[in-house]
Design a protein around this ligand. Structure first.
Ligand code: JF8
Length: 277
């Protein structure tokens, strides 16, 4: 997979040299090109921003540098007959970046990222390239960043670990808690390793019982507790067919009941959150 990133802060993308993404690059599984947007400025001050039409606070990134940068990157990346890249534009007004979108993007051979600063990029740039390629305006969460570079790191890591041969077998992503199509899609419960006693703290007996069925049930119950505490929306949104008899027992203990009027029938709901945060 080829990745291009155009930014006014190329040094912000240094983390792409380390860990999983850095190793994938070293192995030739990822071909990453980071470009300085200011390379496509031609004035003494390397200007990339200007005041917004219509007034208001802040500055807007100018069409000229972005258009010239993207034309150059596109011309450089195309091999004979190759398909247009997907253009990924991080913005707080984008569609939520999800595991489903990460899987989708991991199937594209070429991604181009345009992390902005200030109040964002002049709309005409996005509209122009949307006539030539698939454009994904994405948000990595409901909080406000100062620019799109951190979102590029997030999307890149989520996508890179899905590429064939990037994750080891030991850390296979087949059972990721947010893998699309997962049966009930719950948060993972706690994990433990050696030593068995630490500062007077023990590990749950069931984990050393050797009863694989009991261990699986305990993990499932812990996942239901954790999901109830931190992401009740996942329980409410789950297809109730994904819960077995023992799940239903635990859900009842946690204050959930099947809604006889729900759609589909039996979706779980809860009157009052009464689980410790
Ligand atoms: C930005 C450019 C973002 N989830 C998110 N919060 N904030 C951003 C973001 C992205 C780009 C720019 N400010 C200026 C904030 C994403 N993705």
């Amino acid at each position: 997979m080829r990745l291009d990133v155009v930014t006014i802060f190329p040094e912000y993308l240094e983390p792409l040299n380390v860990s999983l993404v850095g190793k994938a690059r070293a192995r030739g599984q990822l071909d990453v090109h980071v470009h300085d947007l200011r390379s496509w400025t031609y004035d003494r001050h390397n200007t990339v921003d200007d005041t917004p039409y219509g007034g208001g606070p802040g500055m807007v990134m100018k069409t000229g540098p972005w258009g010239d940068a993207l034309d150059t990157v596109l011309a450089d990346g195309y091999e004979a007959g190759s398909r247009a890249p997907a253009l990924i534009v991080p913005t707080p007004s984008g569609r939520p970046f999800t595991q489903e979108l990460a899987v989708h993007l991991s199937e594209r051979p070429w991604l181009v990222f345009t992390p902005a600063r200030y109040e964002g990029i002049d709309r005409r740039v996005i509209d122009e390239y949307a006539t030539r390629m698939d454009v994904y305006e994405v948000s990595i969460g409901d909080y406000v960043l100062a620019g799109g570079e951190a979102a590029v790191l997030v999307v890149t890591e989520a996508v890179a670990r899905l590429l064939p041969g990037v994750l080891g077998n030991a850390e296979s992503h087949q059972d990721d808690s947010f893998a699309p199509g997962a049966m009930a899609h719950l948060l993972e419960g706690p994990v433990y390793t050696k030593p068995p006693h630490w500062r007077g703290r023990e590990i749950p007996d069931v984990l050393v019982s050797g009863h694989h069925g009991k261990i699986a049930r305990w993990r499932r119950d812990e996942a239901l507790k954790r999901t109830t505490a931190h992401r009740p929306d996942l329980i409410e949104g789950a297809d109730p067919e994904g819960f077995d008899k023992k799940d239903r027992e635990m859900l009842s203990i946690l204050g959930w009941e099947p809604d006889p009027a729900g759609e589909p029938y039996g979706r779980f709901w809860r009157k009052a959150p009464d689980v410790e945060e």
